[in-house]
Ligand binder design. Structure first.
Ligand code: FES
Length: 86
């Protein structure tokens, strides 16, 4: 995982089996940063209260989070990664 900021938006880039996914790096439960959590396959656990999210869809998988994470389109061109946060 890598945290980047794109146009002022904190974004967490996640490598899931060689595919790169981008989600907002702000937990929808209470605003915690997710980049200190653990990524296991496509699941990330928020380090604050333990909610799990699927980084490929943004879906909240467990309480206390119920709302999905914003997911951003990723384009890869050679070594360049573009993230559209609009
Ligand atoms: S801030 Fe992420 S689970 Fe509470």
């Amino acid at each position: 995982m890598t945290r980047v900021v794109v146009d002022g938006v904190p974004v967490l880039l996640c490598n899931v089996d060689g595919e790169i996914y981008a989600v907002e790096d702000v937990c929808t439960h209470d605003g915690g940063a997710l980049d200190g959590g653990e990524l296991d396959g496509c699941r990330i656990m928020c380090p604050r209260h333990g909610a799990f999210f699927d980084v490929t869809t943004g879906k909240a998988l467990t309480l206390p989070a119920v709302s999905p994470l914003p997911v951003y389109p990723v384009t890869i061109d050679g070594d360049d990664i573009s993230i559209n946060v609009d």
